[in-house]
Design a protein around this ligand. Sequence first.
Ligand code: 1OR
Length: 386
Amino acid sequence: MSNVPIPEGLKEILLGFTIEVIRNHPRNICDFALQYFAELKNNESKVKGQKVKFNNEAMQIGSEDEDEEFVAPVINRFARRVSVCAESYDPDNEEESREPMVIHFKTDEQRQRLLEACKYIVLFKSLEQDEFFRVLDAMFERPVAAGEHIIEQHEDGDNFYVIQSGIYDVHVMDNGITRLVGTYDNHGSFGELALMYNTPRATTIIARTSGALWCLDRQTFRRIIVKNNAKKRKMYDDFIQTVPLLSSLETYERMKVVDVLVPRQYTDGQQIIAEGESADDFYIVESGQVRITIRRPTQQEGEMYEVEIATCTRGQYFGELALVTNKPRAASAYAVGNVKCLVMDVMAFERLLGPCMEIMKRNIRLWNLEVKIEPVGAVDKCLRSL
Ligand code: 1OR
């Protein structure tokens, strides 16, 4: 038996399959095998001029070279990255885009859950469809135990994480004192900053409960997300410079704002925010007009009507009040004609607009004191007119 030649690649294929079985614990191994090998075959034929390579962690699609040997580097996906060379990112670097793509096999059920978990991830929103699918392909699932440290402040960044399930506390250590600054509750994502800006981890993230995370490796993150952000910066740079609220920010701070802004479009009459609802987004109008309205009681008991109290145009912002005061929306917003907004989620709002917070609070406060000032945003204006 020892003289029987082992076909090239067999070991790697079986090893890859075995690892996926152990990781996924399928109820029926035969069904799983059918699906696994069908997907493998599919990947092989899908990528013209490329072939599927294997390692014990992921399938990688590399460039065509029939004589090329199977590459099986041993990577531990869960091991923390210990050092980062100060790689700079050049979005036009063709070399970088020819690097092999990472693909982690997923069952249909996993893929469905992953799609669901990624639906509202801001960083994925401005990706083209094919880029988005490449990101999904590269993600892998990691079970998490309660008490586990997912990220350590000051370390280098290895992965970006999307939450599948579980509660995760965000701690910041400052002058030897550790503060709990936030909590992710079963949805959202974290770990993007170190990968985007080549900086050490900004916080420590600890799982409060058991759960699961989807991980995206640093290289794929940089090749797809950072590249996309570079495009976005080019696109929005001029506009962002004209937004009065952001004028107190340094250039690099404004760039970080652009990185997290997501474009959203609305058609005539469409409701953008609803009075009384909880708030998680902040809006800057890129084009078009937005009506801000509040509900007032009519003569009929229990009946309300909406009255317009302000309009917002290009460069103005709305939706900040509820985020600053941590209260439900004080007004509704509707598109007048076609409207384009740039939207930021509450976490990014708190993290990045700290320097602008005083301006926003001042506007709200000034209204409360009934001091007449030129409005910066719409909500302060509308509140003053109440
Ligand atoms: P990272 O790669 O630096 C830690 O790794 C992650 O924690 C970070 O990316 C963010 O995804 C996430 N400030 C900085 N990072 C935060 C914060 C945060 N919250 C979550 N992360 N602050 C809390 C804002 C509500 C400010 C703390 C002073």
